[in-house]
Structure formats: structure tokens, C-alpha cells
Design a protein around this ligand. Structure first.
Ligand code: HPA
Length: 247
């Protein structure tokens, strides 16, 4: 079974038919909300709203470990994560859909591993290629099938938030090789790898990052909602196709 983790603009997956919910607890605390099961374009999937169903959990407050643990416990094999992002690279403007292939992690003070504490052995995971090549390919193929333009490959820079970045921070991220900036990609992707879950992300660009393009002077937050709504609808069309393949 596939899981879909929805971010801002995707707190409910209304395309999901015959929904039923299950509240779960984990050794790490509670997931962001109940897990919602249902059929997406005829395929059984489980959906989780990363920020909670009422969008009340800030990026640094999300219990990423509980979320990933719950999906693993349910026997999920593949995870598609939808995340709204700012575009750092000039060609990644609002409305662009991207399947990133790399990550730079600027977050701090987040619980970022399952392998800690008295009983856990110190364990290192390989994270050279942080996303599943197979699920990335599935998203790209699904986009083609859905007739949605999509960008193959970008480096996702994960910042701590919840504030947006300064223009200088975005300059630094660009210099580091970051193409997109978001607040929730980590430690989610690393925990999925630790748990042995295949994981890929679908980035929904909703604004030019701070200091770039239309955001030269400020990021106009009031404009984001509209772009988000339209682009997330396109993202869901891609997911409907993507879940048709083997999880
Ligand atoms: N920065 C960080 N996270 C984001 C942004 C941004 O500009 N836009 C959407 N999520």
C-alpha cells in the first residue's frame, strides 16, 4: 500500500473515496492526526496530514518519528510526500511541480533518528541518494501520463521555520546548491530511510524564495493560497496516476 503525506494545501485528500480513519499511537508519541484510509482512483492508500487536519502543527513541532513509525506499522511500502516549497532557482516559479533528487538539511533541534536512547544500537544509514529512484520515476511517469509538466531533479533545502528565510539566507542556500526551499522535508525523508520505507517527494512551488523574482522585497503570503490551491489539484492528479503502480 502507498501512503501519501499531505502538506500545506493538502490537509484533506477529498479525492479519497470510502474514507475511514484510524487513530494510532507510537512509542514516540502521537502522529499528526488520524490515519485516513480510502481509495484513490481505485487504489487503497493511506493519507496523513503532516500539519494535522486543522493545520495547527508547525514544521518544527511535527512528530516526524510518530508519523513515519505509524506508516511502517501499517505495512506501507511506499510514501509519496507532497510539500509546498519556495523556488530558489529562477526557473522554479510559482505553479511549478518538481520531483527533487537531493536534500540539504538546515534544520536543528528536531528528533531526527529512531536510533537513539538506551536500548538502540548506534546505526548509520546510507543517504547518498535520499529519495527512492523507483518512486521518483513513478511520479515522473505519472506526471507524463496525467499531462502535467514536471521538473525532474532539484536540491531541496530544508529550513527550520516557521518564519520564512531572509534574502541573505536564500543567497547562501543558492550558493550551497539549493534549488527549492521548504520546512518539512527533513527529518521525514531520513526517518523513512531508517524505517526501510521507499520515499519520494512532490514539491509544489508556491512562491519565489525570499529576495528572488516577485519576492525581491517580500514574500506576499496572501498570494500563496491561490497558487497553492491550483497547483495542489494538479499534484493530486499526478498522485492518482502514481498509485496505480506497484507500491
Ligand atoms: N521557504 C520555506 N518554506 C516554504 C516557502 C519558502 O519560501 N514557501 C513554501 N514553503
Amino acid at each position: 500500500m502507498y501512503a501519501i503525506i499531505g502538506g500545506s494545501g493538502l490537509a484533506k485528500l477529498s479525492a479519497l473515496q470510502k474514507q475511514r480513519r484510524r487513530v494510532m499511537r507510537s512509542p514516540y508519541g502521537e502522529p499528526s492526526g488520524a490515519l485516513t484510509f480510502g481509495q484513490l482512483a481505485g487504489r487503497e492508500v493511506v493519507f496523513l496530514a503532516r500539519h494535522g487536519y486543522g493545520h495547527t502543527i508547525a514544521p518544527h513541532e511535527i512528530n516526524y518519528r510518530a508519523n513515519v513509525w505509524a506508516l511502517k506499522e501499517l505495512g506501507v511500502q511506499g510514501v509519496f510526500s507532497v510539500a509546498t516549497v519556495g523556488g530558489v532557482r529562477a526557473d522554479l516559479g510559482p505553479g511549478t511541480l518538481v520531483v527533487p533528487d537531493q536534500i540539504i538539511d538546515y534544520t536543528h533541534s528536531r528528533k531526527n533518528t529512531f536510533f537513539e536512547g538506551a536500548e538502540a544500537r548506534v546505526t548509520h544509514i546510507d543517504f547518498t541518494l535520499p529519495y527512492s529512484a523507483r518512486l521518483r520515476a513513478a511520479l515522473l511517469e505519472a506526471a507524463r501520463a496525467a499531462g502535467e509538466p514536471i521538473v525532474d531533479g532539484a536540491t531541496y533545502a530544508c529550513t527550520q521555520g516557521p518564519r520564512l528565510e531572509t534574502a541573505a539566507e536564500i543567497e547562501r542556500i543558492a550558493g550551497d546548491g539549493g534549488d527549492l526551499v521548504g520546512m518539512t522535508g527533513m527529518p521525514e525523508a531520513a526517518l523513512a530511510r531508517e524505517a526501510g520505507l521507499e520515499y519520494a517527494a512532490l514539491g509544489v512551488v508556491v512562491n519565489h524564495a525570499a529576495g528572488r523574482g516577485e519576492s525581491r522585497q517580500q514574500v506576499k503570503l496572501e498570494d500563496l493560497e491561490n497558487v497553492m490551491r491550483q497547483t495542489v489539484t494538479r499534484a493530486v492528479r499526478i498522485l492518482e496516476q502514481a498509485v496505480q503502480g506497484e507500491p
